[in-house]
Design a binder for this molecule. Structure first.
Ligand code: BJW
Length: 247
């Protein structure tokens, strides 16, 4: 627990970055927890195009299980604290999340950038049709792209997730950057929650925000890889720390 607080006034803008740790108290395992493995497969194998090409059934089984797990859980006190903060700040708030579980939206946050995609959409692995809403689980039969089939081509559908080695959507990065740039002349607070700071470009946001003059905070259970870049570090569980962090 912490006695630290972030003072919020009418000049304050807050950019939050969340990672798997904030959903841990809802019952969703983190990536680099006990062993960083899923059914003995390294995360890179089930979250990369190479893994999908090698074994699409395995990859769809992984994401199908993640869909089922995420559907069964509810947001926790950490998510709710961020929803209340957005209610207070309105457009002076932006939440960039690396999580794909949709729990921030479930908690009531609307100004959310899902940097690594979402479990709740599917897209074609080949054509550029728009990603579409999809809650299906695919446990054996692989889903094919109907749009490609109409052209006599064959292609698999894939989860709408940013895998290792894939570029993040430039529109998402631009939205975060625009929020930071619009903060000139205000007081900008950057808060990272529940992330190991190991995966770029999310791990570099703290430097970007700091260069723009932000006050930087980290709330994490354990030391993160990039915690030296933060001015304020609070070690604790987000569900315990966040509800009393903002005053
Ligand atoms: C609590 C808590 C509680 C627990 N309260 N705290 C070498 C080869 C290939 C690529 C690279 C390479 N070197 C660098 C790269 C780039 C790569 C990268 O960073 N790799 C590193 C691993 C080395 N990044 C990328 O590839 C990204 N793309 C990119 O850079 O594109 C550039 C490009 C340019 C031009 C052309 C092409 C490309 C894409 C990254 C995509 C990440 N994808 C994943 C999986 C998919 C999403 C999914 O399936 O969910 O996203 S990886 C995985 O890690 C997932 C997460 O979003 C992400 C971050 O993890 P996170 O959230 O930090 O979780 P954990 O588990 O690591 O940490 C949890 C923390 O919470 C812990 O610290 C706990 O202590 C804490 N905690 N309980 C508070 N209650």
């Amino acid at each position: 627990m912490t006695t630290s607080t972030i003072r919020i006034d009418e000049r304050t803008r807050v950019l939050v970055l969340t990672g798997a740790g904030i959903s841990a108290e809802s019952g969703i395992p983190t990536f680099r927890g006990a062993d960083g493995l899923w059914e003995n497969h390294p995360i890179e194998k089930v979250a990369s195009m190479r893994g999908f090409v090698d074994d699409p059934i395995l990859v769809w089984r992984f994401y199908s299980q993640r869909r089922a797990d995420a559907k069964a859980v509810a947001p926790n006190a950490g998510h709710h604290a961020l929803a209340r903060l957005e209610e207070r700040l309105g457009d002076r708030f932006l939440l960039a999340t690396q999580n794909v579980d949709g729990l921030h939206t479930k908690a009531g946050n609307a100004r959310v950038v899902e940097m690594h995609g979402t479990l709740w959409k599917t897209r074609c692995s080949r054509c550029d049709r728009e990603p579409f809403d999809d809650e299906e689980v695919y446990l054996g039969d692989l889903p094919g792209c109907g749009a490609c089939a109409k052209r006599g081509e064959s292609a698999l559908l894939r989860p709408h997730i940013v895998w290792f080695g894939e570029r993040l959507d430039p529109r998402d990065l631009a939205r975060i950057d625009a929020f930071v740039r619009a903060s000139r002349g205000s007081r900008l607070v950057f808060l990272a929650v529940g992330t190991s700071g190991r995966v770029s470009p999310a791990s570099e946001l703290v430097v970007h925000a700091r260069d723009a003059g932000a006050e930087t905070w980290l709330v994490n259970l354990e030391p993160s890889d990039n915690q030296g870049a933060f001015e304020h570090v609070v070690h604790g569980a987000s569900g315990a720390v966040l509800p009393s962090l903002f005053v």
